[in-house]
Write a protein that binds this ligand. Sequence first.
Ligand code: SAH
Length: 297
Amino acid sequence: MTHASIFPASPLRRLCARMIRGGAGMAARLAGGGAAALPLDRRWLRAGEAGAGRVDLVGAGPGDPELLTLKARRLLAEAEVVVHDRLISAEILALIPRRARRIAAGKQGFGPSVPQEEINALLVQHARAGARVVRLKSGDPGVYGRLDEEVEALDANGIDWAITPGLTAASAAAAALGQGLTARGRNTGVRLLTGHDVAGFAEQDWRGLAEPGAVAAIYMGKRAARFLQGRLLMHGAGGETPVSVVENASRPDQRIRPTTLAALPAALEGVGGPAVLLYGLAPRGAAARAEPEEKSA
Ligand code: SAH
């Protein structure tokens, strides 16, 4: 039996028929179908469930919006509050829905920062109020992202959370060099290092790093370059060891500066954007033929 045969042909009939169809659609979506309608349904469901917010800790990748995962993209589209890092590119920020509240919570190694406790408190506060919160971090949230502190704060407050990995800067930087982070016969392992940590310049396994063929991706290494250079040379690394400075990896203003351990501090002059130092790697093929000086100011 069709709706048309139940109701007489009138505006009232059309309205009733539409309500029946709408009701059936809503029932189907609540039963798990209809991905397109999900955000609305979630909000609708949550209205009766006070405090059912959650936090997704999401990796935004190194900057190119095409390097976002589909999952990151979906979570951003569904977000009601987005708390983001200083390094998130403008193109990715543009993907945040206009209805979502956007909060910049930048941290900088030696510069002005929002204290970690304040960021934790923000996440807790918005999730408690019932919001779907995305904590958007550059690269992979688990690589120098202070992920543990945020996750612990969420756990301590009984807030539901999940991590969505992202492409870390080292991967994009190695790709820009035309290199793998590992290579058969060259290096069976790769270290991710930071130039400094909360306590200052960070100590490392310098002896291991000084071995021929060692490869490391050094994050936040610009200010620590002289310290790194001194320690490595002292532990026997050759001054001619290749180091590639990859600035703004994956972004339109990406720049590669191939250098050596001996010349590293000089090569870093004028590097204003985020940069990964790929120790032990030189550009190859087309990446090596690119003209590095062309883009300099
Ligand atoms: N979670 C991030 C790292 C955050 S620490 C990741 O996985 O990539 C911040 C440091 O990351 C910067 O100081 C810089 O060393 C590096 N970085 C982040 N984005 C970068 C980019 N697009 N190009 C080069 N280095 C980048």
